[in-house]
Design a protein around this ligand. Structure first.
Ligand code: BG6
Length: 508
C-alpha cells in the first residue's frame, strides 16, 4: 500500500488508525508493506513515531468514537515492520522513477507479488497529475490474463471528485487514460459507515418494508446531516467549496441513492452501482426555488459562544459561501413520482445528527374524527446514521384506560445496545474492500457525474446571484427560516434536529 500524503492529516487521523483496527481484527492480508510518500523530509522512524502518537491520542479518549483501550504492541509491530518512506515532490518525474525501483525491491523483499494499492490522501489538485505520473512510470500496468489481473494495481481517490459537472468529467477522462474503471476506487467515506451499509440490508433482507416502499405508501423522505462543528481550520478549502459541494452530490446523494434505488439483481459491485446511478440520473433537475442556502452568524453551540462564519480564519469578511443548504427534489420514475425528498445539511447547528426519516401516508380516514386525537401523528421510520446509530418506527397506540386516548410510541433498535460499541474510524471496511478488490462501496464515473448533473443548476444560479441576506442563521440554531418555509409551503415540517433518540422524546 503506497500512501501519497503520508505526513498529512487524513493519513494520521483516519487511514492509519483504520489500518491498525484492521490488523487488530486479523483482516489485514499478510504480507502488507506500507510505503509512505510525501514532500516532507523525514526518516521512516520519524513517520512511524508521529503515526504512533496520533494512535495513542485515541486511547481512552471520551471524545473519540474510535476510543481504544491501549495500543497493542503485537498489532503495532505486525503493522509497522514492513514500513518504508520515500521523500519527493509529486511534480518531479524523478520521484516516480525512484518509487518504481523501490517498489521492485519491496515486492521482492516482502513477497507482495507486485500488487499495489496507491492511496491518494492528498489535495484534489494532485489527483490528475499523480495518476499521470504513476502511469508514465509504468506503475499502473497490470498483467492481465484472460482479462483477470495477475498482478493488480489500484488507485484510491478521495473527495472532492471535481467541483462541477465539467471538472468531474474532465478528471474522469484524465485518469481513465491510465486506468481501467475497475482499477479506480473513488471514496465516499459515508459508505464506510455501518448504518449506511445497513440501509440495503434493511430494505432488501426484510420482507416487511419493500412492499411499502413507494409513492402509494410514502408521503415524503427527509435526509438530514446536521453538524455542530463549524469550519474550524478549513476556511481556505471551505471558501471555494461551500456546503452544497462539500456534502450534497457525495454524502447526501449516497444516502438518497440507497433509500431510493431499485433492488439490484445481486450484491455484485456493478449491479448495485448501476441501480444507484439510475436513481441519481432520475433526479429531476433542481430548480433554484427549491434550494435554500444559509450562512451562520455568531451564536452559542453546545453552550459555547462561537464567532460567525465571516469571522473564521481564512474566510473573507463579506464571504458569500454557504454553510447550510436545504433542497427539495423529485425523482422521475414510477416508484417515486410525486414523492418529495427534502435534504438539508449545515455547520454549527443545534445538534450533531445524521438521519433519514421516511414518513408514511396517514391512515386513510380519521376513525377518531370527533375525538381530541383527530390529528394522529404519521408513522415515521427513522434511520439514525450517526452518532446514536439505530433505527426506530413510530406508530400510534392506545393509552391504557377507559377513554380512547392515543399516544405516539416507537419501536427502537440501537446498534450500541444490541451489538456493543465498535472501535472504528469508518475507513476500515473501505480499505479492506480496496485490498480485496471489491468496489461495491465506491463510486463509479457515471455515479459521480449523475450527482454533479443534478445539482449543477443550483451551483450556477448561486454563482450568478450572490446571497444578499448572509448571515441568515445563528450558530447553534436549526438553520435559516427559509428552510422551514421550504416544507411549510407543502404543509410539512422538518423533524427536529436532536441528538437524542426520537423514541425518548416521544415518551410522556
Ligand atoms: C466531509 C466534509 O466530507 O464530511 C466535512 O468535507 C464534513 O465538511 C464531514 O464535516 C462529515 O463527515 P462525518 O463522518 O463526520 O459525518
Amino acid at each position: 500500500m503506497v500512501i501519497f500524503g503520508a505526513s498529512g492529516d487524513l493519513t494520521h487521523r483516519l487511514l492509519f488508525p483504520a489500518l491498525y483496527n484492521l490488523c487488530r481484527t486479523g483482516l489485514i492480508p499478510q504480507p502488507l508493506a506500507i510505503v509512505g510518500v510525501d514532500i516532507v523530509g523525514q526518516s521512516v522512524d520519524d513517520w512511524r513515531q508521529s503515526l504512533r502518537k496520533m494512535l495513542e491520542s485515541f486511547v481512552n479518549n471520551p471524545n473519540s468514537e474510535n476510543s481504544i483501550d491501549a495500543v497493542d504492541e503485537g498489532v503495532w509491530q505486525r503493522l509497522t515492520t514492513r514500513m518504508t518512506y520515500v521523500q519527493g515532490d509529486f511534480s518531479d518525474r524523478g520521484l516516480f522513477e525512484k518509487l518504481r525501483l523501490h517498489l521492485h525491491d519491496v515486492a521482492r523483499d516482502c513477497q507482495t507479488a507486485g500488487n499495489c494499492l496507491f492511496y491518494l490522501a492528498v489535495a484534489d489538485r494532485f489527483f490528475g497529475p499523480l495518476v499521470e505520473q504513476l502511469g508514465h512510470a509504468g506503475l499502473l500496468d497490470e498483467e492481465l490474463r484472460d482479462g483477470v489481473p495477475q498482478r493488480w494495481r489500484r488507485v484510491v481517490i478521495e473527495k472532492p471528485f471535481g467541483h462541477s459537472i465539467d471538472s468531474a468529467r474532465e478528471l474522469n477522462t484524465r485518469i481513465r487514460r491510465d486506468l481501467r474503471e475497475e482499477q479506480i476506487f473513488r471514496i465516499d467515506h459515508f459508505l464506510g459507515k455501518e448504518t449506511v451499509q445497513n440501509i440495503l440490508v434493511l430494505r432488501f433482507a426484510n420482507g416487511i418494508f419493500e412492499p411499502l416502499w413507494d409513492r402509494d405508501h410514502i408521503d415524503h423522505v427527509q435526509i438530514t446531516a446536521a453538524e455542530t462543528v463549524g469550519v474550524e481550520t478549513r476556511g481556505r478549502f471551505y471558501e471555494r467549496t461551500g456546503a452544497l459541494r462539500d456534502m450534497v452530490p457525495n454524502h447526501l446523494f449516497q444516502l438518497l441513492a440507497m433509500i431510493g434505488m431499485e433492488p439490484p439483481n445481486s450484491f455484485n459491485a456493478d449491479a448495485v452501482r448501476a441501480k444507484k446511478t439510475e436513481l441519481l440520473q432520475a433526479i429531476h433537475p433542481i430548480s433554484p426555488e427549491n434550494a435554500v442556502r444559509g450562512q451562520y452568524g455568531s451564536g452559542t453551540v453546545l453552550g459555547r459562544p462561537v464567532p460567525g462564519y465571516r469571522q473564521e480564519p481564512n474566510v473573507a469578511p463579506d464571504s458569500g459561501t454557504e454553510t447550510y443548504v436545504a433542497l427539495k427534489l423529485g425523482i422521475d420514475n414510477w416508484r417515486w413520482a410525486g414523492v418529495p425528498f427534502y435534504l438539508r445539511t449545515g455547520k454549527h447547528l443545534t445538534a450533531r445528527t445524521t438521519e433519514i426519516a421516511v414518513q408514511f401516508r396517514r391512515a386513510p380516514y380519521a376513525l377518531f374524527r370527533e375525538t381530541p386525537v383527530e390529528r394522529l401523528p404519521p408513522n415515521i421510520l427513522t434511520l439514525r446514521i450517526q452518532p446514536d446509530e439505530g433505527l426506530s418506527v413510530s406508530f400510534n397506540a392506545k393509552r391504557p384506560g377507559s377513554e380512547i386516548e392515543i399516544d405516539g410510541v416507537a419501536m427502537d433498535f440501537s446498534y450500541r445496545e444490541y451489538f456493543g460499541p465498535l472501535a472504528a474510524v469508518g475507513y476500515e471496511t473501505l480499505i479492506y474492500d480496496c485490498l480485496i478488490g471489491d468496489a461495491i462501496l465506491f463510486q463509479r464515473a457515471d455515479t459521480v457525474e449523475a450527482a454533479w448533473c443534478a445539482v449543477q443548476r443550483v451551483i450556477d444560479y448561486w454563482a450568478r446571484e450572490p446571497a444578499k441576506e448572509f448571515p441568515n442563521y445563528a450558530a447553534g440554531s436549526a438553520g435559516p427560516d427559509a428552510a422551514a418555509q421550504l416544507l411549510a409551503r407543502d404543509g410539512r415540517a422538518w423533524s427536529p434536529i436532536r441528538a437524542e433518540h426520537p423514541h425518548k422524546a416521544l415518551r410522556p
